[in-house]
Design a protein. Structure first.
Length: 256
């Protein structure tokens, strides 16, 4: 029929058959649909990536907050330990007593018990070696936080009052920690005074150690003029040293 042979003209005047035009229209529709689906997939991927990124950042913030909180708690606990005495475990078979009696200065006014102990370099050191000199006998331990706080103070005062013959003997209560561990703590604290290894007997001779640190200030006559338990103020330690130097003989006060 004539109608079947008629041409359909496009806007530009190019002839097209109706069936071909329909196929092109469907093709364009399919391409448009595929393009739309592609955009949706890209947008979906971007949304998932964004959600994942937010989750990663959130987890990272939670981890950082947890680490920061743990660090702050450790610092707070360390600061608290540095401002209190360290109670020693009660030895098996040892009768317990009231805390007030434990911290009382049992040895004040008594003659300082003699001892001979081994230093970190293997030498035998006796309290009698320092006869006629003011001496601070300090019991400490490698795990004792307050002990590590006052040790640099002791070193400072030792140098400050060296002209008056003042000396410090550091007796480590945990000799079983080993020389290497003890030496490491002593070096880190910057001390140069003799560090002696206890033998388990000297602690008993000095009334038993209920807390650490424990310090005994021995004058020139070998008498304990002051006994302290726990970490005290730096100026109080210096006052005790001056008292020890002045006791048992005439001597000029050192320091500032």
């Amino acid at each position: 029929m004539l109608a079947e042979t008629l041409f359909v003209f496009s806007v530009t005047g190019a002839p097209c058959f109706p069936s071909k035009l329909k196929r092109q229209s469907r093709r364009l529709a399919e391409l448009g649909s595929a393009h739309g689906n592609g955009r949706k997939e890209v947008q979906g991927v971007m949304r998932r990536a964004l959600v994942l990124g937010v989750m990663v950042v959130g987890v990272a913030l939670l981890l950082w907050a947890g680490w920061h909180n743990l660090r702050e708690r450790k610092l707070a606990m360390q600061k608290a330990r540095e401002n209190q005495v360290v109670l020693l475990p009660e030895k098996q078979g040892q009768a317990g007593s009231e805390e007030g009696d434990d911290l009382a200065p049992k040895m004040r006014g008594k003659k300082a018990p003699a001892f001979v102990l081994t230093s970190l370099d293997g030498k035998k050191v006796s309290l009698a070696d320092y006869k006629g000199r003011p001496v601070l006998v300090n019991f400490w331990a490698t795990w004792c936080g307050p002990c590590k706080v006052e040790m640099p103070w002791f070193e400072q005062f030792r140098k400050q009052y060296a002209a008056q013959g003042f000396e410090i003997l550091g007796l480590t209560d945990d000799a079983d920690a080993g020389k290497d561990a003890i030496t490491k703590v002593a070096q880190k604290s910057g001390v140069t005074y003799p560090i002696l290894l206890t033998d388990g007997k000297v602690q008993t001779a000095y009334g038993g150690l209920d807390v650490l640190p424990m310090s005994f200030y021995v004058d020139r006559n070998g008498v304990i003029v002051e006994q302290t338990a726990g970490l005290g103020p730096k100026d109080q330690i210096e006052a005790n040293i001056k008292k020890t130097i002045a006791s048992g003989g005439v001597s000029q006060a050192g320091g500032q």
